[in-house]
Each structure stands twice: as structure tokens, then as C-alpha cells.
Design a protein around this ligand. Structure first.
Ligand code: IMP
Ligand code: MG
Length: 186
């Protein structure tokens, strides 16, 4: 799906497919350098990180493993509740592994800060974070992402894996959702 397919539901496009692809090329090269000689385990946060995982992992030159974790985040709304629990845990024992968390967006930071400390408690060799997007103005808690695609304004965005109420994940680019879409419901 492209933005032209849903003109009434979006305010504007924030990132084109091409911008996303170019950025992932750049970051994958950096990851190749940083993890040279190490075996990487990518951990994707379901379901927003699915597109990032597919496109980033395929750009990395060395063999790696992929696992997934599902945690509760926003439910149907657009603001973080801060209540986090694991809905689906990893299959992999991450002890002594080099872990790179793959996430779509770093907003308040509550999710990634919680996830990073949860994974750290399992004894990995290292834990770092990749996030395609971050909203610096929305940060409530300090959390350092080693790889950041783009800083974006504090607006609710959809597409390229990011959803509103499970919709819009199949939009090819990233766009600001029209507030009418979520104010109508609440
Ligand atoms: P945080 O805990 O506030 O950092 O939120 C992180 C999670 O909230 C992300 O993994 C997303 O699933 C979701 N989220 C935050 N901002 C947006 C947005 O603008 N659009 C869609 N999902 C978002
Ligand atoms: Mg997410």
C-alpha cells in the first residue's frame, strides 16, 4: 500500500521508501564493521519491527540468527501505558551471545529500557539497540540506541511495520496518521 491509496487517512509522508532503504544500507555496513568476527543474534520486537528486520538483516553480510519477542505496548491507543509484560518470549538462550535488539520506534523509551534490562539479566555478551525511528521530544526515560535511523517529530506515525490498532503496517513508507482516525474512536 502507498500513501496515494489512503489520502484521507494521513497528514503527510515523513520518510519515503528510498530514504528508508538508503539508511538501512548505511547502518548495515556499520553493523558489519562493528560486529566483525562476532556472531550476531538479532532480536526483533513483534510486530512493528517485522519490516525493519526483513530489510536490515538481509543487508548484513555475515551469518546471523534471528529471534522474536512480543511484549505488550500500546493496545488500541496512541500513548504509552508504561505497563509492559512478555506475551511471547525468545526461543534462544542468549547467554554469552552478542544481541542486537531490532525495534521500529523509540518513543517514551519505556519499552526498550525495560527490554534491555530484561535481556541484560540473562547474561549476554553484549546488548545493543537498533531503532529505525526515534522521537527525541517524547523521551521519558534515558535509553541509548547504538543505531538510529531517523529522528522524527513527536507525532503518531504509521507504515513500514508501524500500526494504529493493527492497521497500516503494510504501508510502504512512513506517514503521520490523521488525528481524525484515532479521535473518532475515543
Ligand atoms: P515507548 O515504550 O513509548 O518507547 O514505545 C515504543 C512502542 O510504542 C513502539 O515499539 C511502538 O510499537 C509504539 N509506538 C510508539 N510511537 C508510535 C507511533 O508513532 N506509531 C506507532 N507505534 C508507536
Ligand atoms: Mg513496537
Amino acid at each position: 500500500m502507498k500513501i496515494q491509496d489512503i489520502p484521507n487517512e494521513i497528514v503527510r509522508e515523513v520518510l519515503t521508501e528510498e530514504q528508508i532503504e538508503n539508511k538501512l544500507d548505511e547502518i548495515a555496513k556499520q553493523i558489519d564493521k562493528d560486529y566483525e568476527g562476532k556472531e550476531l543474534l538479532l532480536i526483533g520486537v513483534l510486530g512493528g519491527a517485522v519490516m525493519c528486520m526483513a530489510d536490515l538483516s538481509r543487508r548484513i553480510s555475515s551469518p546471523l540468527e534471528i529471534d522474536w519477542i512480543a511484549i505488550s505496548t500500546y493496545g488500541q491507543g496512541t500513548t504509552s501505558t508504561g505497563v509492559i509484560r512478555i506475551l511471547k518470549d525468545l526461543y534462544t538462550d542468549i547467554k554469552n551471545r552478542h544481541v542486537l535488539i531490532v525495534e521500529d520506534i523509540l518513543d517514551s523509551g519505556l519499552t526498550l529500557s525495560w527490554l534491555k534490562s530484561n535481556l541484560t539479566s540473562r547474561g549476554p555478551a553484549s546488548v545493543e539497540i537498533f531503532t529505525l525511528l526515534q522521537k527525541p521530544d517524547a523521551r521519558k526515560i534515558e535509553v541509548e540506541a547504538k543505531y538510529v535511523g531517523f529522528d522524527i517529530p513527536n507525532e503518531f506515525v504509521i507504515g513500514y511495520g508501524l500500526d494504529y490498532a493493527q492497521k497500516y503496517r503494510n504501508l510502504r513508507s512512513i506517514a503521520v496518521l490523521h488525528p481524525d482516525v484515532y479521535t473518532q474512536k475515543s
